[in-house]
Ligand binder design. Structure first.
Ligand code: GDP
Length: 472
């Protein structure tokens, strides 16, 4: 490629490279420095192009403060299991959607909007800090306010503390809902006492944390809770510019039999319109239809509006950023992202190695530990094979498979086999030859050499149980 750009013969270019001390082959990538040095040798100047702009990054650019208008707060409900997160979300939905709005058939799309005192609040339908944190790990922050549910008859529990820490680390204000107030054993003071140990001091105890006693089951205190959300939202000045290209986050996505890829988007900035070209992760398309949380078709979605979007060609992932982009670049950007994801995956699909075997087992990536054995004599090959297979008796997570065993030095074909089978190679009293060594490096094959059978067994067993000492 470079030689054709330089209008030179490939051989000439490679020769010049060798003179520069770079032993390159015809299909090898050169870094910018090498390429420009080489070009200078031919009297050609090389310029580095700026990296192409990613529309997502452009969309992340801050809006002018004067363009911002208030938008409804987005709320996530967190707390310990069984403290009533789901019940609370249900009772908010029942009291503030169905009864107050005509024809309010709620549709589960991953988020819903309620109205209180004429103002809107959006609730994310997946409670718990796991979903919240999974989104954050993908770079998406959609939550403005966290509701921490604590059962009044129980108390602060491990997941309560986790939720507090997750909300704090995301800088999201917390409102405490002391739930199950209808229960005979309800003791809100004890909850307040316990929460104060974690920096949440109730207002009536001289602190700043808002705590609202509620009963999700009896539907009491719900209005008060919503009012507090609006109060906090007002203090936070939650705003967005509605007049710009849409920017949002995928909160749910699935492949629907009849409708194709369906994604729920929470629009965060700008307004999403029917007909907009959109890209979310590696999926792109044109907005064909939008359905809100009441199951109604809508033509546009403004900031803090969750809508189901139809028209993407693929199913994006929850946490993917969605942006409306120029039609011309959508495909190119998506293709670039797909290519990047592939190389990322390739990098990750680094072959099995004893050092990270246990992690791969735990991650569920590996059920079979494939091994290629090479040894100096047939007796050793058999001894290794038998004793490695015997490890299977004590281990249920992973099964040792001998994909190949033979006498002689480790050669290139052993390496290629190991690469194809995602195997590691154990050499006993043998070494890899030159080609095998090179192939092993480029194929990222773990080649282990031993002179004592026991040590080989010990390493494999230790790796299977996560006890392998790191190599220095
Ligand atoms: P989650 O695991 O936090 O989502 O908790 P759930 O909403 O599933 O509630 C757990 C259990 O507590 C269920 O049996 C609910 O019926 C019950 N529950 C939830 N809220 C209340 C409440 O306010 N009062 C009473 N008495 N029970 C409740």
């Amino acid at each position: 490629e470079l030689s054709s750009k330089l209008c030179r013969d490939v051989g000439e270019v490679i020769k010049k490279l060798m003179m520069l001390g770079v032993m390159a082959t015809i299909n090898q990538d050169l870094d910018f420095e090498t390429a420009s040095l080489l070009a200078t040798e031919f009297g050609v100047e090389v310029l580095e192009l700026p990296p192409e702009e990613d529309p997502t990054e452009i969309a992340e650019i801050e809006d002018d403060p004067s363009s911002l208008v208030l938008r409804p707060p987005v709320v996530t409900v967190m707390g310990h299991v069984d403290h009533g997160k789901t019940s609370l979300l249900d009772s908010i939905r029942q009291t503030h959607v169905t009864s107050q709005e005509a024809g309010g058939i709620t549709q589960h799309i991953g988020a819903y909007k309620v109205t209180c005192q004429g103002k809107k609040i959006v609730f994310l339908d997946t409670p718990g800090h796991e979903a919240f944190t999974a989104m954050r790990a993908r770079g998406a922050q959609v939550t403005d306010i966290a509701i921490l549910v604590v059962a009044a008859d129980d108390g602060v529990m491990p997941q309560t503390i986790e939720a507090i820490n997750h909300a704090k680390s995301a800088n999201v204000p917390i409102i405490v809902a002391i739930n199950k107030m209808d229960r005979p054993g309800a003791n809100p003071d004890r909850i307040k006492q316990q929460l104060s140990d974690y920096g949440l001091v109730a207002e009536d105890w001289g602190g700043e944390a808002i705590m609202v006693p509620v009963s999700a089951q009896k539907k009491t205190g719900i209005n008060e809770l919503l009012e507090m959300i609006l109060l906090v939202a007002e203090m936070q000045e939650i705003k967005a510019n509605p007049n710009r290209q849409a920017y949002g986050t995928i909160i749910e996505a699935k492949l629907d039999k009849g409708r194709g890829p369906v994604a729920t988007v929470l629009v965060q900035k700008g307004t999403l319109h029917i007909g907009d070209t959109i890209i979310a992760g590696i999926a792109y398309g044109k907005v064909r239809a939008m359905v809100n949380d009441r199951g109604e078709k809508v033509k546009k979605a403004e900031p803090s509006t969750p809508v189901e979007v139809l028209g993407l060609a693929d199913v994006p992932q929850a946490g993917d950023v969605l942006v409306a982009v120029d039609e011309k670049i959508a495909r190119a950007v998506a293709e670039k992202r797909i290519a990047k994801r592939r190389t990322d995956e390739l990098m990750q699909s680094q072959k099995v190695s004893l050092d990270d075997l246990f992690k791969q087992i735990q991650d569920g990536n590996i059920q079979d530990l494939n091994i290629v054995i090479k040894a100096d004599v047939q007796g050793s090959v058999e001894a290794l094979r038998q004793s490695l297979l015997a490890l299977n008796a004590n281990n249920k997570e992973v099964r040792v498979n001998i994909v190949h065993a033979g006498v002689g030095a480790i050669n290139e074909s052993d390496v290629m086999l190991a690469s194809a089978a995602n195997a590691l190679i154990i050499g006993f009293n043998v070494r890899p030859d030159g080609n095998a060594r090179k192939a092993g490096e480029s194929e990222k094959i773990d080649i282990r050499l031993y002179r004592v059978i026991y040590e080989a067994l010990h390493d494999v067993e230790a790796a299977m149980t996560g006890m392998l000492a790191p190599e220095y």
